[in-house]
Write a protein that binds this ligand. Sequence first.
Ligand SMILES: Cc1ncc(COP(=O)(O)O)c(C=O)c1O
Length: 395
Amino acid sequence: MTVSGTIVALAPLVGVYAQPELVLVKGEGCWVWDEQGRRYLDFTAGIAVNALGHGSPIVARAIQEALATGLIHTSNLYRTRPVAELAETLVALAFPGRAFFCNSGAEANEGAFKFARRWSGSTGTEAKREFISFRGAFHGRLFGTLAATDREAYQAPFRPLMPGVQFLEVGDVASVESLLESGTVAAVIIEPLQGEGGVRLVPTEFLRSLRALCDRHRSLLIFDEIQCGLGRTGKLFAWQHAGVAPDIMTLAKPLAGGLPMGAVLVTEEVASTLQPGDHGTTFGGGPLVATVALAVVRTLSDPSFLEGVTERGAFLRKGLEGLRERSKRVRSVRGMGLLQGIVLEGQSASVVTAAREKGLLVVAAGPEVVRVIPPLNVGYEELEQGLEILEEILA
Ligand SMILES: Cc1ncc(COP(=O)(O)O)c(C=O)c1O
């Protein structure tokens, strides 16, 4: 390690991340460099955040445009034009309703839970307080969202968490129905494509059943599109593959091109139950991040951009399927678009380390799955280079 690398390794940071030794100093497109000048192909994209890659001119221009106004932050005491335009743009692309902006994915889901309970308290019936989540779900690490995250190791040291969350199996329509029938469920929350939980696609039919059951029993349906949304599956929102819209949708990760931002989109019916003072955040949805998000969302929602994601996603998938055929260590490949999971016979951590040593950054999604989540504007040549490295390690 370099002298500076040693200093960085000794930095007084809380040890909640198991970080490798490399110290990143530069990024461009799908590539990052460490301080020794070594180049890495970044197929983590900041965990599905850097949809337009590193050093995106679109993001840089939007930041400069926002800086030129001198308004980085105003708080939500006042209105600003970029925030209004972003809300209008997202609502037009998603479903009729309203937007709330915050700073992260977990914060977006916390907001969604609060909005669902607020709505349920105004339905005239006895308030529904509970939530249904699913096996394999990841919704964040705050007390509410952690309660809806299906990972014992993440939950155990921090109990008590928010009460009232029941976990069911994805696909178990009968159990969802019987819980909804009990009349205690405010909302069902689900990722249409589970990311952290192992890159598992939720069957389209199940999403449709959830929609029908939530309508029948007057509970809300929340789609967490924080990882799978905003173009990653080849459609702007993953639920568009199933053709059923939620009552509440949460977004974050790629929304502001690498700046921290989350969003909660709610139907007019849910919005109509929210009053000034019900929820809030100091930083959420400032004019700088909103200006950048507007540029990012306009880029990602372009049909030709989305078509490109579908095509490159198919190319990546084909390459990974080929790898599966040649490698005993690969059990299966699953995912959609540019969110693909390699299901291994062995441990994902060792493959992540081996790939990094060969200049490819990938990230685990649980103990047996390696996730491949490149920037959405990744080139074919870069996909080929990544596949070659994976082949060297796995075949
Ligand atoms: C589907 C999903 N929901 C919520 C979150 C939490 O987002 P954040 O880490 O920004 O709090 C994540 C993060 O990985 C996620 O993948």
